[in-house]
Design a protein around this ligand. Structure first.
Ligand SMILES: [Zn+2]
Length: 211
């Protein structure tokens, strides 16, 4: 165990395998739509969920586990951890791990920080908990994009073996602002049809790491 946790942006492999990752869920509508698409094709993805949303949608977490997807920790409340003290950061991480364990998640639970941001304090907490920090090498900015073609263009531009693509199946609730993820879903639908034609296959993040 070092002072810093291990950071992963992309897994360095030569095979045409990539990981689709989804943040901020689960969402009662959008996560289910994605799960239906993945089930049809036998594709496994990775979902970085928040503790709060786990508590609201335990049934979806159970379905995610039953269908072989990977669950990762995206903090409890999705607060920006760079402003938090040690004890709060630890609680944000452990509470979410405990919720996932309680619903049957086994093995290592990977962590993705809210907003992809961490402070020195957060790094030391993550190292003490022996957490791997999963970021991405393919950003999509899908959370503020309503044109699926733009999302796809960003992905096709950056994709390579071992890529970690970040998408969002939900979002952070804001008053008067509805969470819409139709563009993401349309983009994913196209991706899972087109990428296999280019020789790519889908894996969970842990499957890439342990490949
Ligand atoms: Zn997030």
């Amino acid at each position: 165990m070092g002072v810093f946790p291990k950071f992963i942006f992309r897994v360095k492999i030569k095979e045409n395998l990539i990981a689709l990752t989804f943040d901020d869920g689960p969402h009662p509508e959008f996560t289910k739509e994605l799960l239906d698409l993945f089930k049809e094709k036998g594709i496994k993805a990775t979902f970085f969920v928040t503790g709060k949303k786990i508590e609201e949608h335990r049934d979806i977490i159970k379905r995610l586990i039953a269908e072989g997807h990977e669950l990762g920790n995206h903090s409890y409340s999705h607060k920006n951890l760079i402003f938090k003290k040690k004890s709060i950061i630890k609680e944000e991480i452990q509470k979410t791990d405990n919720l996932l364990r309680g619903l049957g998640v086994k093995g290592e639970i990977l962590f993705r920080p809210p907003f992809g941001r961490l402070s020195f304090t957060a790094l030391t907490v993550l190292a003490s908990l022996n957490k791997k920090v999963i970021l991405w090498n393919v950003p999509t900015k899908d959370y503020k994009e309503c044109d699926p073609k733009v999302i796809l263009k960003r992905i096709y531009k950056r994709i390579k073996p071992g890529s970690i693509i970040v998408l969002h199946d939900s979002g952070v609730e804001r008053i008067g602002k509805e969470i819409v993820r139709q563009a993401t879903i349309i983009a994913v639908k196209e991706l899972i049809n087109e990428l296999p034609k280019k020789g790519y296959n889908f894996r969970t993040v842990s499957q890439l790491i342990n490949y």
